[in-house]
Design a protein around this ligand. Structure first.
Ligand code: URA
Length: 288
């Protein structure tokens, strides 16, 4: 593809996401994404435990706005949430983003270029695009690069990354067998969570990567990835370990390895989630 055309496709996708975000705000559904909280310095399951009403309102609004187009007339969200709705039972806003025909991982990287689309570019050393098997059956999605990833230009190479590698190996896979990427590709300053404008700008490239790889399973690591991909503000502990349909793949969310470093007892929960992934992929645990 000619780079100018590629860039305009990227911009169009970005614009679509921004339209959706504006549309959600017009509906009065509240923020789709977490507002800033110190990255993993608080206990992960509690990040948005209080935000159940928003996705419920989103479900009801989605039901009464069948086309969910940015141009549709705003519909009032119900004042009282009838029940808790699993996030992926909603039509994800991202589901309706066009797939790009004949897209490739190198083309997406080319479209990103020496990106200055959001403020994160100011502090980065390297864009952390994603690594691994371009035909992976399993893709892990984290939040954003940390210090080590920014220096190396590769996701999950620091302490949390070493734990992720151990998790992958416990599944009887190697790092090279899977694909690893993040919601944002540049390091947020002081390892803060990515902000919603940064996510809106960068996540379309992640979606394109996922569309090209077409994995059987996407495993969202932590609240940021899970809430971004499922378009919910529900706390991850409400839906971790459940299966969702996501753009032709199955998606499961589990706790972020950085959270496990601070809270080792949660490893058993994560292992249960990974065992579900292994069962779906027909993998046997590694022999000790
Ligand atoms: N945490 C993430 O979410 N991603 C990385 O790449 C590293 C740490």
């Amino acid at each position: 593809m000619d780079p100018a055309k590629g860039a305009s496709v990227g911009t169009r996708v970005e614009e679509q996401v921004k339209d959706w975000l504006r549309y959600g705000e017009e509906l009065g559904l509240g923020p789709y994404y977490l507002d800033r909280a110190p990255s993993h310095s608080i206990s992960e399951p509690s990040i948005t435990e209080t935000t159940v009403a928003a996705p419920v309102a989103m479900a009801a609004a989605a039901a009464s706005a069948p086309k969910l187009t940015p141009a549709a007339k705003p519909v009032a969200a119900p004042a009282v949430a009838p029940s808790i709705v699993a996030p992926a039972s909603l039509p994800s806003l991202f589901e309706s983003i066009d797939r790009i025909t004949d897209d490739t991982l190198p083309r997406i990287r080319e479209d990103i270029g020496d990106c200055t689309r959001c403020k994160l570019h100011k502090g980065r050393t390297n864009i952390v695009y994603g690594v691994g098997n371009p035909k992976a059956q399993l893709v892990f999605v984290g939040e954003g690069p940390g210090h080590d990833e920014d220096i190396k230009g590769e996701p999950f190479v620091g302490r949390a990354g070493k734990l992720l590698t151990q998790m992958i190996e416990a599944m009887n896979l190697r790092r090279e067998d899977v694909y690893i990427a993040n919601v944002v590709k540049c390091r947020p300053p002081e390892n803060r969570l990515p902000e919603k404008d940064e996510i809106a700008t960068c996540s379309p490239y992640l979606l394109r990567q996922l569309d090209v790889i077409k994995p059987k399973v996407v495993c969202a690591l932590g609240s940021c990835a899970a809430q971004t991909l499922l378009q919910t503000t529900q706390g991850i502990s409400k839906f971790r370990g459940e299966w969702f349909d996501f753009r032709g793949s199955k998606l499961i969310a589990t706790y972020h390895p950085a959270y496990l470093l601070r809270n080792p007892p949660a490893k058993s929960e994560v292992w249960k989630d990974l065992q579900k992934v292994m069962a779906l992929l027909g993998l046997q645990p590694r022999k000790r």
